[in-house]
Design a protein around this ligand. Structure first.
Ligand code: ADP
Ligand code: MG
Length: 462
């Protein structure tokens, strides 16, 4: 027995040397150092890994290397067996809590304080105050069904897509909130894909990848908002893919939102997209007239304010963008009225609408910038994303890329994706070309400055 352990260690050390030369340092530290060689019997080397996830990750990412080195060391009949230290994440977690309540990893502590501070299931967003209409009925009822039985319905994953301001975040919070209400012991994690990315990057930096993984594979419900920000972020997508698979395999619920349908999520791995199809994908449309009236009405009731129906109708028909703008209008009306101690009347409504309707049409994202530039430069959005080399189209495309770089946080790669899958070097080239034009062409300077003025109008006032 002793001998078998010793031999296992010897052989594994040799394997490690080889593996080290084949993978990068970070991966080596994360995925190979934690492995403990256990025994060698006949032609089988048994290694102990910290979790099932760990094992799955090795099999999916390093199978080639492992097979190669095992047959090198143990011959053709050589086999590798895994012993998994922790089979079910749930049980381990409990054990840790029972014996050493303070034995949370640094990562876990950091994350949980961050969440507590954020108070991240906002009680403001519940199903009760989510007004239902034809535009959002399916999304709402699917979310409600999920909150009653997370992971047990066929809506797994549940993917909700809609333009900005139509209630995705509201529904996700409501789902998490309701789940906790029914099942307080369920672990629900809500975060945007941007937070997911930055936490992952931080984890890599601090050598805490394994902690990061353990943290999220422990969730019962994982809600990732605005998944579109994962486009072009290869490594994060990869990590999300594995966490996703793991959760799905163990019947845990995944909920995702996006600002466009999966087919339009350019720069997203096909294998990740195909996973989204396993469950239910549903959209939220712009609210119809009746729903808008109901939403305005409910906001007024919450604030105990009465407004004549014809005015409510006027507001509803004036706002055709989204519910966020609708809400903004009501909040603004209430503020004006209470400030001047006056009634909400037609004059006030007109005044408030004139500020809101033109200002907050859309958020500043690449799509908006493409639309802005194509309208301003009078080319179509197809041409903008296409590959025509016509001069005026190229210039418009370059300007839009330039603005995207300056007014959004997208990477060069991701910007390229939005422009019909251009290479990031094309984007770099556009930056340079615009700088050159700005230096020499007055006309372009004027056009760009007019467009930036329009963008600034839409930026939140500081
Ligand atoms: P998104 O995440 O899709 O951009 P949000 O969920 O942030 O949109 O919604 C924008 C605002 O509109 C929020 O304040 C939300 O409460 C409100 N809202 C959206 N849909 C509804 C609805 N059906 N009923 C009531 N309020 C809504
Ligand atoms: Mg949102």
């Amino acid at each position: 027995m002793e001998e078998s352990v010793k031999n296992a260690k010897l052989i594994w050390d040799r394997c490690l040397q080889y593996i080290k030369s084949r993978v990068n340092e970070q991966s080596f530290k994360t995925w190979f150092i934690p492995i403990i060689p256990q025994k060698i019997e006949k032609d089988t080397l048994t290694i102990q890994v910290p979790s099932k996830f760990f094992y799955e990750w090795l099999e999916e990412n390093y199978l080639d290397i492992l097979t190669e080195i095992i047959s090198k060391e143990l011959g053709d009949k050589g086999k590798l067996a895994y012993s998994i230290l922790i089979n079910s994440p749930q049980i381990t977690e409990k054990k840790i809590e029972e014996t050493k309540p303070d034995k949370k990893s640094n990562f876990e502590k950091k994350i949980s304080t961050r969440f507590e501070n954020q108070n991240y299931f906002s009680k403001k967003y519940t199903f009760d105050n989510f007004i239902e209409g034809d535009s959002n009925r399916l999304a709402k009822s699917a979310a409600q069904a999920v909150s009653k039985k997370p992971g047990e319905t066929s809506f797994n994953p549940l993917m909700i897509y809609a333009d900005v301001g139509l209630g995705k975040t509201h529904i996700m919070h409501a789902l998490a909130y309701e789940t906790k209400l029914i099942n307080p012991e369920k672990k629900c994690f809500y975060l945007s894909s941007e937070s997911f990315t930055s936490q992952f990057i931080e984890a890599i930096r601090n050598n805490e990848t394994q902690e990061f993984v353990n943290y999220y594979i422990n969730s019962d419900v994982l809600l990732i908002d605005d998944i579109q920000f994962l486009t072009g972020k290869e490594k994060t997508q990869e990590m999300f893919f594995h966490i996703f698979n793991h959760l799905h395999r163990y019947g845990k619920q995944i909920v995702i939102s996006s600002d466009c349908p999966p087919t339009q999520l350019k720069g997203m791995h096909e294998r990740l997209l195909s996973r989204f199809k396993w469950g239910l994908t549903t959209d939220i449309q712009k609210p119809d007239f009746e729903t808008k009236i109901a939403i305005i009405d409910s906001k007024l009731i919450q604030n105990d304010i009465k407004v004549p129906l014809n005015l409510i109708k006027y507001i509803a028909s004036s706002i055709n963008t989204n519910i966020r703008d609708l809400e903004g209008t009501i909040v603004s009306l209430i503020a004006h009225a209470s400030l001047n101690d006056s009634q909400i009347n037609f004059e006030l409504v007109k005044q408030v609408l004139s500020n809101i309707v033109q200002k907050v049409e859309t958020e500043i994202n690449i799509k908006y910038l493409q639309k802005l530039v194509s309208e301003y430069m009078q080319i179509s959005e197809e041409e903008m994303r296409g590959s025509s080399r016509k001069k005026e189209i190229v210039i418009a495309r370059q300007l839009a890329m330039y603005l995207s770089k300056n007014y959004t946080s997208h990477s060069l790669k991701s910007i390229g994706e939005y422009f019909g899958g251009k290479h990031h070097s094309t984007v770099i080239h556009a930056m340079q070309a615009v700088e050159d034009m700005l230096a020499t062409e007055k006309n372009i300077r004027k056009q760009l400055s007019a467009m930036t003025d329009m963008i600034k109008l839409k930026m939140p006032q500081n």
